[in-house]
Design a protein around this ligand. Structure first.
Ligand code: SAH
Length: 343
């Protein structure tokens, strides 16, 4: 049994040949799945009924089921999906001036243990299959009736901890017979698994790499991110240089501002010395308070002051717009609430 939605057009071709079918059927099926978001073989009306039946029996087409859909006042929509094995993941649809963006999850839960993050509260269950990452986007596109032009792999999970599935996902979503997304419109966010950053650099993909830094030195970083015990900021910087050299893509550093933890003037100065030489972009995120975590957001003025300090040092910086705060906005909160409610 094949996971049809995870297969490339080439792989489908050999499957169809094996089944004694014409190879050109592969492209038809691929387009139904990846371009039009078909949820079942029944929708593929240009295939014979016999072939549709045989495919459904031998290689069922799996689709995510919407368990919950929340629509925010600002247009942001949050989806809780059920996977074929009953696990759940969440995804977010956001409208920007440049297009529509979907934030996808890459794993069921997470084992990275960042202290401020809700996604890691229930641990890691498993990595998602490429089909399950793709289908978050396909279902959302079908349900909203809108084109998705940007994807951020910033939902639950550590994408570089599910590396092979991530790569296949990127190849499929950028396929010209699929959604045909530009690699430039894809951002992958990682807590900084250094060897995997080098691997990714070799793939020659024009995607943006965002690194969750969240602290300007190892000592502070270790208090909020367990991964910092494994890789130092110096090692991350070297990996970023290699990534930039190989791809020509500037790195983004994500920095969640947590009041009293990483938002002092000195933190801003230290952060500038990391980002400056790399010409990295800094994305400041006012920390999203998670009930179980107890971290607090700084005042609007303290966030603005932090930004200004970085700018004075010539750093390219933006503050993440807060979207969907009224709908379990923070990473992993919707899924976590559902799990808590069912216990
Ligand atoms: N594992 C990946 C991607 C998932 S989270 C990573 O670590 O980058 C996407 C971003 O949101 C990360 O920068 C993460 O650190 C941040 N984040 C998680 N919980 C948050 C919270 N409560 N407030 C603000 N940012 C948060």
């Amino acid at each position: 049994m094949w996971d049809i939605k995870s297969a490339t057009a080439e792989e489908l071709k050999s499957l169809l040949e094996e089944m004694g079918e014409k190879p050109f059927r592969a492209k038809q099926i691929f387009r139904w799945i990846h371009q039009r978001g078909a949820a079942s073989y029944d929708e593929m009306t240009d295939l014979s009924a016999a072939l549709r039946k045989r495919l459904a029996e031998e290689h069922p087409l799996t689709t995510l089921k919407v368990l919950e859909r929340q629509i925010s006042e600002d247009g942001t929509q949050k989806f809780l999906f059920e996977l074929p094995d009953g696990e759940t993941v969440e995804s977010v649809f956001m409208r920007y001036t440049y297009g529509n963006s979907v934030c996808v999850s890459s794993q069921v839960g997470c084992r990275m243990g960042c202290r401020f993050c809700a996604s890691t509260l229930d641990g890691l269950k498993r990595g998602l299959m490429p089909s399950e990452i793709l289908d978050q986007i396909y279902r959302i596109s079908v349900l909203t009736g809108e084109r998705v032009s940007h994807v951020v792999v910033m939902g639950t999970g550590e994408p570089l901890d599910n590396y092979d599935a991530l790569l296949r996902f990127i190849r499929l979503i950028t396929d010209e017979d699929g959604l045909n997304l530009s690699g430039r419109n894809i951002t992958v966010s990682t807590c900084g698994i250094v060897p995997r950053i080098y691997d990714l650099a070799k793939e020659d993909l024009p995607i943006t790499l965002a690194i969750s830094l969240h602290a300007p030195n190892d000592e502070k970083r270790r208090t909020i991110m367990p991964i910092a015990e494994k890789y130092s900021i110096e090692e991350i910087k070297q990996a970023c240089r290699a990534y930039f050299k190989a791809t020509g893509r500037r790195i983004t550093f994500e920095y969640s501002l947590i009041s009293g933890v990483n938002d002092t003037a000195q933190d801003a100065e230290e952060l500038s010395r990391i980002a400056g030489p790399l010409s990295a972009h800094i994305n400041l995120i006012p920390v999203n308070p998670v009930r179980e975590r107890g971290y607090k957001q700084g005042t609007r003025a303290s966030i603005a002051a932090f930004k200004m300090r970085l700018e004075k040092n010539g750093i390219n910086v933006s503050i993440r717009r807060v979207l969907g705060r009224d709908i379990d906005g923070a990473c992993g909160q919707l899924r976590h609430r559902k799990i808590a409610e069912s216990q």
